[in-house]
Design a protein around this ligand. Structure first.
Ligand code: ME8
Length: 653
């Protein structure tokens, strides 16, 4: 009989920068689910990949002075890139898709044409509010305080000839889908989608762009590229061979379970099923929207620059410790506050103390009392029952949580068993039994029961910390056949398992999780985050006072400030320079300030520089900023803001 299939995916990440611990969290969680399903005997297809098109990538590549393809190649496949990160984190994906692969590009063109041919895509003109970092058009009513509802940043007016997808046509079936069964989880996200997006009225979706080139061209209308989200969402299908001949697994594995972060649930639970309905394909079995890892309550993000580096943490703490921490600490559907203290505490209390100690103490006792081999002759005792019942019940309880993707609760069940086994050592006092020759058989039973508790624990922890479990299985002398789901004891059984019945030979090994000195480690981590002071720049050659006096520097007041269209960096300032006329100056400080932070402030400008054109607009002078440079040469600009008491037009001397 062929195995039941299970297809699971992560979002495909933007290779606009190195990935951080948030991406790692999602991928590790999906990996644990995939490994769990394999353990349960499913034929699993686990897909991850990268979402490589779009304006943001095009702009980043331009800034870096390379082609978009070269830019993404480096981030995805280069040293220390995304592929390396997943290898490091022991991710067991079966396939990796890049949306720049030829087979995907060709398939997207066919899919776009199919929706055009069936009338679900039509040509129109788009007027709207556009958020560049999110690459999303919004209607006025969707904005929150006039800003992008996803990221909170300012949006700008945009208009272009474009193709539209008839999303409005699918409002009813999508609502029915959301309301029926368990398509979207956690359930709390269903109301959010219906109330925030479907009830206010689903508008048709703009699905092509002409303002940039880096995307899948619409083959029947060159000049248009396919909206990056259409390109991205269909990766889940093209990676199996949908609309292409690169693979032939679509029939076998479709439909998927899509694991995504909560901020992209809207795309996955509204737009994605609507498009699948349009092309007549089955919708995903489930979309699961997990929570965010936050720092001090705020989202970690590449653009905010407050990211935590998974490479660094894996190097300091070990891959399994990091994987475990992420999945043990934060309920999968909710946000979780990341901190180094929490990470260290979890490793020390759960992995070093509870789990690691149980294994090392048990193995050490078997060596000490039996020279490494527990004899087959055993004698049961009163404290055994509670431990043995828990051993038998835990796999089923764990499975119930794992099947619902409640990974932290699955681990909770395992740690209940670990705690019970540790307590069992105190109850049975093996060191006292060992002193009495007549208690050998009893001592053998105690050791076998402990080893059985560890064996069950290891099977259940394998999806989370696979490398450590492989090492620990060696230590407790479990054969390959004793590491499988089928070898687990069952709740209704009255014997423990075959493992409990034969001689067991242990092999002492390395400490699985050494205890971490919290204060010392925190200090080390802090030192890594402290920016090193770059060497001071040498003072420039002398100028005369007369030369200096030629620079007309004055205090100006910022009357208004706005972002310059299509530029990531530039802000346009309208200034009062004391002359009575308004002055326009452009300044490349958008990365460091939002316009609304600056309006009303007084700054310093040099006024007598020749006019200069930037992004089609004229700048008459320059606002002065102090440059903070780190050791890598990254610059941070601090606008020279002066006290409100200083009058506008005051000259600097
Ligand atoms: O959105 N906490 O890519 P992306 C937890 N390309 N998870 C986080 C996180 C955080 N702080 N930050 C990111 C995209 N993630 C699109 C997806 S799919 C067809 C296209 C995780 O690089 C989380 O899973 O911005 C989130 O949804 C995903 O990374 C976004 O990655």
């Amino acid at each position: 009989m062929s195995k039941e299939t299970f297809f699971i995916t992560t979002p495909i990440y933007y290779p606009s920068d190195k990935l951080h611990i948030g991406h790692t969290y999602c991928t590790v969680a999906t990996d644990a689910i995939a490994r769990y399903k394999r353990l349960r005997g499913f034929d699993v297809m686990f897909l991850t990949g990268t979402d490589e098109h779009g304006q943001k990538i095009e702009e980043k590549a331009k800034e870096a002075g390379v082609t978009p393809q070269a830019f993404v190649d480096k981030i995805v496949e280069g040293p220390g890139g995304i592929l390396d990160l997943w290898k490091l984190m022991n991710i067991s994906n079966d396939r990796f898709i890049r949306t720049t692969y030829d087979y995907h590009v060709a398939a997207i063109q066919r899919i776009f044409r199919k929706m055009y041919d069936n009338g679900d895509i039509y040509k129109g003109a788009y007027k709207g509010k556009y958020c560049t970092p999110c690459e999303s058009f919004w209607t006025e009513s969707q904005l929150v305080n006039g800003c992008c509802p996803d990221c909170g940043r300012p949006v700008h007016d945009a208009e272009e000839e474009a193709y539209f997808f008839r999303l409005s046509k699918y409002a009813k079936p999508v609502q029915e889908l959301l309301e029926s069964g368990t398509f979207l989880e956690p359930a709390s996200r269903v109301n959010e989608m219906i109330n925030n997006f479907i009830k206010p009225g689903l508008e048709d979706l703009c699905v092509s762009r002409t303002s940039f080139k880096w995307g899948v061209p619409v083959d029947f209308d060159p000049g248009h590229v396919v909206y990056v989200w259409v390109d991205a969402l269909f990766n889940y299908a093209t990676a199996l061979g949908y609309m292409n001949d690169r693979y032939h697994d679509y029939e076998k594995y479709w439909p998927p379970v899509n694991i995504v972060g909560k901020e992209i649930v809207r795309f996955h639970s509204i737009i994605w099923p609507a498009m699948l309905m349009s092309v007549g394909e089955p919708i995903p079995k489930k979309v699961y929207g997990h929570g965010w890892l936050v720092i001090d309550g705020g989202k970690m993000s590449k653009s905010k620059g407050n990211v935590v580096d998974p490479y660094l943490l894996a190097e300091k703490f070990g891959v399994d410790a990091l994987r475990f921490f992420l999945l043990r600490t934060f309920p999968f559907g909710s946000d979780g506050n990341f901190s180094n203290e929490l990470l260290i505490n979890t490793i020390n209390s759960d992995l070093a103390n509870a789990f690691g100690n149980l294994v090392s103490r048990t193995v050490a006792m078997v060596e000490k009392y039996f020279g490494g081999t527990v004899p087959a002759e055993r004698e049961a005792g009163a404290p055994d029952d509670e431990l043995l019942s828990l051993i038998r019940e835990t796999p089923e309880r764990y499975a119930k949580q794992m099947d619902a993707f409640q990974l932290h609760l699955g681990l909770e069940e395992v740690f209940r068993l670990i705690a019970r086994a540790n307590k069992y050592i105190d109850e049975t006092t093996p060191w006292i039994l060992a002193k009495d020759e007549t208690k050998k058989a009893r001592l053998a039973a105690v050791m076998a029961n402990l080893l059985e508790a560890i064996r069950v624990t290891l099977i259940l922890l394998t999806p989370f910390i696979p490398d450590t479990c492989a090492k620990a299985f060696e230590q407790i002398g479990a054969a390959e056949s004793e590491r499988t789901w089928d070898s687990l004891p069952v709740a209704s059984g009255n014997t423990v398992s075959a493992y409990g019945g034969h001689e067991i030979t242990v092999h002492r090994g390395e400490t699985l999780f050494p205890r971490i000195d919290t204060a010392k480690m925190l200090e080390e981590l802090e030192a890594l985050h402290k920016p090193a002071t770059p060497p001071a720049k040498p003072v420039l050659p002398d100028v005369t006072i007369d030369e200096f006096a030629k620079c007309d520097m004055r205090v100006v007041k910022i009357l208004s400030c706005e972002a310059v269209k299509k530029s990531e960096k530039l802000l346009k300032f309208t200034l009062d320079d004391g002359s009575g006329a308004e002055r326009t100056i452009l300044s490349g400080i958008h990365k460091f300030y939002e316009p609304e932070q600056l309006v009303g402030k007084k700054a310093v400008a040099i006024l007598n520089l020749p006019p200069r054109k930037m992004m089609g607009q004229e700048s008459n002078g320059m606002l002065l900023s102090a440059v903070k440079e780190d050791t890598k040469g990254n610059e941070e600009l601090h606008l020279m803001i002066v006290s409100d008491d200083v009058p506008v037009g005051a000259q600097l001397c």
